[in-house]
Ligand binder design. Structure first.
Ligand code: ATP
Ligand code: MG
Length: 244
């Protein structure tokens, strides 16, 4: 990579390289690389920095997670490739379970993700034991499997970079859903209770920090915060167009 570290694109390009490597080692699916492409384009539009609205969503997410009875962090290939240390820190701070839950892919990819998390210090990883598999209603069979001690019995689920069908199924199952999604218009962003419109590589670090401090209940409306994030994108584009 031939770009100075101080350049705003440096981190994005580093992230891209990380994902390509993780694809090579079987952690990330082809579809995960395509999702990364969509994410990069949207991150460009939000200015590759954490917005005010994303900070509000991070505070609300921290409060919701701190007050959950059975919080679960759902992990897919992209999330594991980008945020393993933060996933482990967050699960320790909140005493939250970690479940590998994939939209695409074979058991071998699930196992590779679980191995990476364990090697990095996670005690228990749910989602790979067929005996504790349960079915969520409302999505097709291969994609509805969750762990009985994890997502199936969770009250709050953190599902980063998640597909819309599955988010809607989690809502039907009466879960509170928190997501990281750079697309404020995606079905996941629209269906979740708290949508953090930011790159997971920046926002997970901030969420870990926020969860360390006891939060008071914020006044929070996800639809309003999503609308704010869209106006921030518009403003950013106008500003960039003037500079061009
Ligand atoms: P939906 O199914 O919710 O309608 P989709 O089919 O476009 O949306 P999915 O592949 O199902 O998208 O979900 C991945 C989402 O994650 C996309 O909205 C993408 O923009 C977002 N995304 C990709 N990379 C990142 C990242 N690093 N940080 C945050 N969000 C990301
Ligand atoms: Mg989708």
């Amino acid at each position: 990579m031939n770009i100075p570290k101080s350049h705003p694109r440096f981190v994005s390009l580093q992230t891209r390289e990380k994902l390509v490597k993780a694809f090579g080692s079987g952690l990330v699916a082809k579809e995960g690389l395509i999702a990364q492409g969509r994410g990069e384009a949207l991150d460009y539009l939000i200015g590759e920095k954490t917005s005010k609205s994303a900070k509000k969503a991070i505070s609300a997410a921290a409060y919701t997670l701190q007050n959950a009875k059975n919080p679960v962090i759902s992990v897919n290939g992209n999330f594991a490739a980008l945020c393993t240390p933060e996933i482990i820190k967050l699960s320790r701070i909140l005493d939250a379970k970690i479940e590998v839950n994939l939209f695409y892919g074979p058991e071998s990819r699930k196992k590779a993700i679980a191995r990476l998390l364990k090697k990095s210090g996670a005690k228990e990883i749910l989602g790979t034991d067929l005996k504790s598999a349960r079915k969520l209603k409302g999505i097709d069979s291969a994609r509805r499997i969750v762990d009985k001690d994890g997502i199936f019995s969770a009250d709050v689920v953190l599902v980063p970079l998640e597909d819309g069908d599955r988010t809607i199924a989690l809502k039907k199952a009466k879960k509170k859903v928190i997501t990281f999604d750079l697309n404020p218009l995606s079905r996941t962003a629209q269906a979740s209770d708290v949508t953090i419109v930011d790159n997971v590589t920046r926002a997970m670090k901030l969420l870990v920090k926020a969860c360390k401090k006891k939060k008071v209940k914020p006044r929070y409306n996800n639809k309003e915060v999503l609308a704010e994030s869209i106006s921030e994108i518009k403003k950013n584009l106008k500003r960039r167009a003037r500079l061009a």
